[in-house]
Design a protein around this ligand. Structure first.
Ligand code: TRP
Length: 326
C-alpha cells in the first residue's frame, strides 16, 4: 500500500472548499492507502493567532475530519505538535534549505509583509511542511493547487539531503484532486473560496444548515446574459455553480449545463445538492462535538502511531548527518 500524508491547519471552521478539495478525497484515500492526516497546529502559529482558541480549534479540526468520514481504524489522525519529531526534523532540514529558495515561495510573498517584521516561522513554514511529509516516507501528498510549490520544495530537500548524506528520505509526489480542487468564492468567483473572504456570503461553511446554504446560493454572483453555459473565462460565476453542482453529484460541469434553462434553476439545484452532500457531515459533527474527551483519546492514539514512524525516520536522518546518538 502506498503511504499517503496530508495536513490541514486548525484555523476554525472548515468551508466547502476544504471539504471538496481535501477532506472528501482524504476519506476516499484512507481505504486504499496507508494514510496519515495531520492537524498542523505549529503551522497555525506562524501568523497572528489567539492562544485562548488554539486548543479548542484543534479539537474542532479533529471533529471535522471525523465528521467528513475519516475513520481512525482506517487511517492515522494526529496533531503535529504531539509528535516532537516534526520540529526536530524541521531544524535539520532548515540546515539544508536556502534563503534564496524560501524567498521564492509565492505563498510567503503573499502573506509576508516586510522582511524586517516578518516572522522567521512564516519564512520557514514550507520547511516544516517538508518535515511533516518526509518523516512518514510519504509516497503521495494530496493537496490543493496552491500547495504545488511547497511540494516541489519538499521533493528538492529530500533529493538534496539524500545526495549529500546518503539515501534517507522518500521523494514524495503531489496529487491534486481533479474535482473540487478549485472552489471559487460565490461573491467573487475569480478568487478561491476562503475564510478570509470579504463577504460572509461568498463562503459556504461545512457546517452551514440548509437555510444558510440556500441563502448563499440564491445571492451568488452570476454573469451577464441568461444562458447556462460552462465557460470559466467568460462566465466565472455560472461556471463555479456548475462546478459545485458537479462536485456534489459526481458529474462533469460541461455536461450539466444544458439541463438548466435559467440561473435560478441552477442555483436551486446546486443548493439542494450541496445540502444533501453536507447533511451527514453536519450531523456527525454535532454528535462528536458533544464528546471532546473521546476526540482527545483518538488523537492520543494517533500520536502514538505517528510517533513510531516519525521516530524511526528521524533517527535515520540523525545518523546520516553524523549526530552522536544519545
Ligand atoms: N500548508 C498546507 C496548507 O496550507 C498545510 C500542510 C502543512 C500540509 N503540512 C502539510 C499539507 C503536509 C500537506 C502535507 O494547506
Amino acid at each position: 500500500m502506498a503511504r499517503v500524508l496530508s495536513g490541514i491547519q486548525p484555523t476554525g471552521e472548515m468551508h466547502l472548499g476544504n471539504y471538496l478539495g481535501a477532506l472528501r478525497t482524504w476519506a476516499v484515500e484512507q481505504y486504499e492507502n496507508d494514510a496519515f492526516y495531520c492537524i498542523v497546529d505549529l503551522h497555525a502559529i506562524t501568523v497572528d493567532f489567539d492562544p485562548a482558541q488554539l486548543a479548542s480549534r484543534t479539537i474542532d479540526a479533529a471533529a471535522s475530519l471525523l465528521a467528513a468520514g475519516l475513520d481512525p481504524a482506517q487511517c492515522t489522525i494526529f496533531v503535529q505538535s504531539h509528535v516532537h519529531e516534526h520540529s526536530e526534523l524541521a531544524w535539520i532540514l532548515q540546515c539544508a534549505a536556502t534563503m534564496g529558495e524560501l524567498s521564492r515561495m509565492t505563498q510567503f510573498k503573499q502573506k509576508g509583509t516586510t522582511t524586517e517584521s516578518v516572522r522567521v516561522g512564516l519564512f520557514a513554514y514550507p520547511v516544516l511542511q517538508a518535515a511533516d511529509i518526509l518523516l512518514y516516507d510519504a509516497d503521495r501528498v494530496p493537496v490543493g493547487d496552491d500547495q504545488r510549490q511547497h511540494l516541489e520544495l519538499a521533493r528538492e530537500l529530500s533529493r538534496r539531503f539524500n545526495a549529500r548524506y546518503g539515501d534517507t528520505f522518500v521523494i514524495p509526489e503531489a496529487t491534486v484532486p481533479p474535482i473540487g480542487a478549485r472552489v471559487m468564492d460565490l461573491q467573487n468567483p475569480t478568487s478561491k473560496m476562503s475564510k478570509s473572504s470579504r463577504s460572509e456570503l461568498g463562503t459556504i461553511m461545512m457546517l452551514d444548515d440548509p437555510a444558510q446554504i440556500a441563502r448563499k446560493l440564491r445571492r451568488a454572483v452570476t454573469d451577464s446574459g441568461s444562458e447556462v453555459t460552462y465557460d470559466p473565462a467568460e462566465k466565472p460565476g455560472v461556471s463555479n455553480l456548475l462546478e459545485l453542482l458537479a462536485a456534489a453529484t459526481g458529474s462533469v460541469p460541461a455536461d450539466l449545463a444544458s439541463g438548466y434553462h435559467s440561473y435560478g434553476a441552477l442555483k436551486n439545484a446546486a443548493a439542494e445538492a450541496i445540502t444533501e452532500l453536507l447533511r451527514p457531515v453536519r450531523e456527525r459533527f454535532a454528535e462528536l462535538s458533544g464528546d471532546p474527551g473521546e476526540i482527545r483519546r483518538l488523537l492520543s492514539d494517533g500520536a502514538t502511531r505517528a510517533g513510531g514512524v516519525a521516530a524511526a525516520t528521524l533517527s535515520r536522518a540523525r545518523d546520516a548527518i553524523g549526530l552522536l546518538a544519545p
